[in-house]
Design a protein around this ligand. Structure first.
Ligand SMILES: Nc1ncnc2c1ncn2[C@@H]1O[C@H](COP(=O)(O)OP(=O)(O)OP(=O)(O)O)[C@@H](O)[C@H]1O
Length: 253
């Protein structure tokens, strides 16, 4: 379970996250949706114990991230928006490195690596240097490395980025299984159709604040819109702007 209360993160005078409150229950996939620069990645880095909050409270599985970020990093599997990998290691070397840092018993590590490598179909890349891999394959390496220590909580920042349809389906099934097992998952995406199918609840973040929260159905009802995309555009005040831009394009082309 994740509890976020009045969380603020300031970079100088800029409040990237401006007092947000939400909870992610056990066995729940919570979608964090918002336009570029709205504060999603900043929030997720704080939940993962990577960035310190300026103020507010974040509790991950009963651990306060400000008090014990190292313990939070043990509990959480975090997939950053841009994979942070060692270019000159092979995936196998990288998984072994992650395994030793995370103190995963050797046999367990090997078993989990084999399972995920097979699931994402990257067997033939295991001996290549990470720096030479395609964007999607690097994303798979990043995903696998985040799941090796059997985390109770998953923080996935644009995790479907670069995945082909088969791998995206595999990841989706994995997440549904994790949910079934009672884990908490925070999931950011710009693909609203995906959020619509996978998230139990979503929070719409705009200028560092959560401006709406609920199930997709509740949000549609609240905004009197038919699709999550229309809800999103309405809430982020982009609907009229998009219509204007489309008209201008039509006139110009
Ligand atoms: N290290 C930093 N120093 C200064 N400003 C930052 C830093 N990290 C993020 N910001 C700013 O905080 C705001 C929120 O950024 P964040 O990366 O959280 O947005 P996001 O919702 O994840 O965006 P995107 O959808 O484009 O990934 C932006 O204005 C960004 O420029």
């Amino acid at each position: 379970m994740i509890e976020v209360e009045n969380l603020v993160k300031a970079f100088g005078s800029k409040r990237a996250v401006d007092g947000i409150t939400f909870t992610v229950r056990n066995g729940e996939i919570y979608g964090l949706l918002g336009p570029n620069g709205s504060g999603k990645s900043t929030t997720m880095k704080i939940l993962a114990g990577i960035l310190r909050p300026t103020s507010g409270k974040v509790i991950v599985e009963n651990v306060n991230v400000a008090e014990d970020p190292l313990e939070v990093r043990r509990i959480v599997g975090y997939v950053p928006e841009t994979p942070v990998l060692y270019e000159s290691l092979t995936p196998v070397e990288f998984f072994n490195f992650v395994g030793s840092v995370r103190e995963i018993p050797r046999e367990e590590l090997q078993e989990r690596v084999e399972t995920f490598v097979r699931a994402f179909g990257i067997e033939s890349y295991l001996g290549e240097m990470i720096g030479s891999l395609s964007f999607g394959t690097r994303q798979k390496v990043s995903l696998i490395s985040a799941m090796l220590h059997d985390p109770k909580v998953l923080i996935l920042d644009e995790a479907m980025n670069g995945l082909d349809p088969k791998s995206a389906r595999i990841l989706r099934e994995l997440l549904l299984q994790f949910r079934e097992e009672g884990r908490s998952i925070v999931f950011s995406t710009h693909v609203l159709a995906l959020a619509e199918t996978i998230c139990d609840r979503v929070g719409v973040i705009y200028n560092g604040e959560i401006i709406a929260e609920g199930t997709v159905e509740q949000l549609k009802e609240f905004a009197h819109e038919e699709s999550l995309e229309d809800v999103f555009l309405k809430l982020t005040e982009s609907q009229d702007e998009v219509a204007g831009i489309v008209q201008a394009l039509k006139d110009a082309l």
